[in-house]
Ligand binder design. Structure first.
Ligand code: HSE
Length: 298
């Protein structure tokens, strides 16, 4: 049996839409051994809805690796331990895909490299910015190109910035949140985001956490998605008032990610939760470390 832990990921970090993602020290685990039919069991978030299924992303990913190496997988005994809240915005689909790919690859004796797994993961997920940090860990900038392997860069993340997640009890499917976005955008919005994205990457290399607030502004997706997240703008403002240095929608939301000095984490987290609560929405906050190495076997 093979067992792999895959980190949660937070994509975009504001302006870096479909480019930037950060791996977090919070994991879903996939255990796998091949079998003649599918036997899926699960514990943790969403367990009841996953147990007994054979149409899950993790099964698709397991099968995809076998096809890639010219073999067939009829089924498997799969056990999922889900510790990543599934509200949305923390890369649970990327974790399922990368978990399935990594487990199958390990079982087969690692015929594929991590670069190969990234390409297969993007093929299944569509966008690359959750799967890349789930594979490689840390803060990753990844460019989806016509040719593979995809080019990615691990960007140093300022260690003095601590991650605070505000996770409201809302469901925002990524497809729904992507459908809110227009197919083309004005040049002003494009310039707004490319200047911030450049500044954000530069701020990481320069260790300039003080630049994060400006560098995490976005004009492409957050305002359009805010209609699905009551109180979103106030959550952002409150996090800044409580001492955050950067705040953004995590991926397609509804989770909000803030970066704060260690001594401000609690105030920022509790402040964001209080705003969601005022909107009548249950929420929890978590402080998590950054995962630096991507998936790992246990
Ligand atoms: N870049 C993707 C999006 C991430 O914003 O739709 C989804 O987690």
């Amino acid at each position: 049996m093979v067992k792999v832990m895959v980190p949660a990921t937070s994509a975009n970090l504001g302006p870096g839409f479909d480019f930037l993602g950060l791996a977090l020290d919070l994991y879903n685990t996939v255990s796998f051994t091949p079998a003649d039919a599918w036997h899926v069991t699960a514990e943790g978030y969403g367990a009841a809805a996953l147990t007994g299924r054979s149409d899950l992303l993790v099964c698709k990913a397991l099968k995809r690796v076998f096809v890639e190496v010219g073999e067939e997988l009829r089924g498997g005994v799969v056990h999922l331990e889900n510790r990543i809240p599934e509200a949305g915005g923390l890369g649970t689909s990327a974790a399922a895909i990368v978990g399935g790919l990594a487990a199958a690859n390990q079982f087969l004796g690692e015929p594929l490299s991590r670069d190969d797994l990234l390409a297969l993961a993007v093929e299944i997920e569509g966008h690359p910015d959750n799967v890349a940090p789930a594979v490689f860990g840390g803060l990753v900038g990844v460019v989806k190109t016509a040719a593979q392997p995809y080019t990615y860069l691990k960007i140093p993340f300022p260690p003095e910035l601590h991650v605070v997640l505000a996770i409201p009890d809302l469901r925002v499917p990524t497809t729904e949140a992507r459908n809110l976005l227009p197919p083309t955008v004005p040049l002003t919005e494009a310039v707004f985001n490319l200047s911030r994205t450049g500044l954000l990457v530069g701020a990481c290399y320069a260790g300039r956490a003080d630049l994060f607030r400006l560098a995490m502004e976005d004009a492409l997706h957050q305002n359009r998605r805010a209609v699905l997240i009551p109180g979103f703008h106030q959550v952002i403002n409150t996090a800044y008032q409580k001492g955050a240095l950067g705040v953004a929608l995590s991926g397609a939301g509804p989770t909000v990610i803030a970066f704060a000095p260690k001594n401000k984490q609690e105030a920022v987290g509790a402040g964001m939760v209080a705003v969601f609560n005022k909107q009548g929405i249950e929420a929890q906050w978590l402080s998590v470390a950054v995962n630096l190495d991507g998936f790992r076997f246990v």
